[in-house]
Design a protein around this ligand. Structure first.
Ligand code: TGC
Length: 392
């Protein structure tokens, strides 16, 4: 059956396109075309098979999507808004693949770019930007999730070098990564280490089976006496400010990405409602269906405005971490609600992999939890509003 026409108003209710520059729209359209050609036709199978498509990573590199907001070393030097638009389009395809781009660019590459030596940058960043090398970012531990200050992984000096011992958990892409940025407690406070994943004592094991982000990989990492040379440490930062600075980048991208998943679920539900007939009418003609669709439009448009405003602040160098929490908390929370509601419009057909809303909703369970849970972002905002930290 031919797809019903979706009106321009339904696609961009407030004409937000008009707030973007021609360059921003061009980049957005390029990523959208990539998602349509390379992700959409395959994602249901990848999701079902729990397959991370390593084979498309060099294509993402060629499009300039890896470390795209970084400059030099083969990176595209794009703006925060452009990075956000790319995240939006990628996550309209699947959260697992946007997550890969976040982990690679905002976490692993960002850490090396911000805090690494010239040698570390030259060794790793060009290959990571091209998609020839994959990076991961080891902060979370089995017993230290929301509270990274509780980490027990240690780095101790040993002769001229370092030895790492400990465990990390929920580390994206670790089992296929070439390099890991590992955060560890040392006598000098928390330090970051650049660890080739073929180092003796480094083991990454995929956590499975998972009900969320099945087209991505999350791992346990064991660090068992991993010996590193002196120059493995990231010299330019000590303390948790290091990993948190990288998390700011990733959390920023998530507020855009979540709206991509929501938009795709909404457009899927709208198209279905226009062609599905019950009681002699398309179900889009029913008031209750229209209310669901309109509620989705309201929250998607508001979420995109928040993301765009936040991106403009970031590009102006005026974005505070608690403002990132606003967008991450709001947009992921709303996106999950939208995807679940979109599923109800598809009825029983909505629980199959033929349609995207339930897959997006399941993915967003992971997105809601990583890079700061709803509770953590609420409390970051609560501290900003009251001046009183309430984390414990
Ligand atoms: P506190 O311990 O007092 O502060 C430590 C230092 O960090 C600084 N800081 C920040 N700097 C930059 N950006 C931020 N957003 C920052 N937040 C804190 C702070 O100024 C201090 O610096 P210094 O120089 O004075 O030492 O920490 P806090 O009280 O500020 O924060 C508490 C809390 C709960 C907000 C924080 O611990 C937190 O954000 N917890 C959530 C952790 C989280 O998001 N974990 C998820 C990690 S994601 C991951 O590991 C894998 S997901 C990706 C994948 O798939 O691999």
């Amino acid at each position: 059956m031919p797809e019903p026409d979706i009106t321009a108003r339904a696609r961009d209710y407030l004409d937000l396109d008009g707030l973007l520059t021609a360059e921003e729209r061009a980049l957005r359209d390029q990523v959208r075309a990539f998602v349509d050609a390379r992700i959409r036709p395959n994602i249901a199978r990848w999701y079902e098979d729990a397959h991370f498509p390593r084979e498309i990573v060099p294509e993402m590199g060629a499009l300039g999507l890896l470390g795209m907001h970084l400059t030099g070393y083969g990176c595209a030097g794009r703006s925060a808004v452009e990075y956000g638009l790319a995240a939006l389009e990628l996550e309209a395809g699947d959260s697992g693949l946007r997550t890969f781009v976040s982990v690679q660019g905002s976490l692993a590459m960002s850490a090396i770019h911000k805090f690494g030596t010239e040698e570390q940058k030259r060794t790793w960043l060009p290959g990571m930007a091209a998609g020839d090398l994959i990076g991961c970012f080891g902060l979370t531990e089995p017993d230290a999730g929301s509270d990274p200050a509780g980490m027990t992984t240690t780095g101790r000096r040993d002769g001229d070098g370092w030895v790492l011992d400990g465990a990390k958990r929920w580390i994206g892409l670790a089992s296929v990564a070439d390099v890991a940025v590992i955060w560890a407690r040392t006598d000098e406070g928390v330090r970051g280490f650049v660890v080739p994943t073929d180092a003796a004592g480094f083991t990454a094991t995929a956590i499975e089976p998972k009900l969320s982000m099945r087209a991505s990989i999350q791992c346990d990492i064991a660090l068992d006496g991993v010996r590193l040379p002196a120059d493995a440490v990231l010299p330019a930062v000590q303390g948790l400010r290091g990993p948190f600075t990288c998390l700011n980048e990733a959390r920023y991208g998530i507020m855009w990405g979540a709206m991509g998943a929501a938009r795709d679920a909404y457009e899927t539900a709208l198209a279905y409602a226009l062609r599905r007939r019950q009681f002699g009418e398309p179900i889009a003609a029913f008031q209750l269906t229209q209310q669901k669709l309109v509620d989705m439009v309201l929250e998607i448009q508001k979420g995109l405005l928040v993301a765009l405003h936040t991106g403009r602040l970031k590009d102006a160098g005026a974005l505070a971490p608690e403002q990132i929490s606003f967008g991450k908390l709001n947009n992921v929370r709303e996106a999950i609600a939208i995807c679940r509601e979109a599923r109800t419009i598809l009825g029983g057909n909505g629980v199959t992999l033929e349609h995207s809303p339930a897959r997006h909703a399941n993915n967003l369970e992971g997105v809601r939890t990583y890079e700061g849970t709803d509770e953590i972002h609420t409390l970051i905002m609560g501290r900003a509003v009251t001046g009183i930290p309430a984390f414990a």
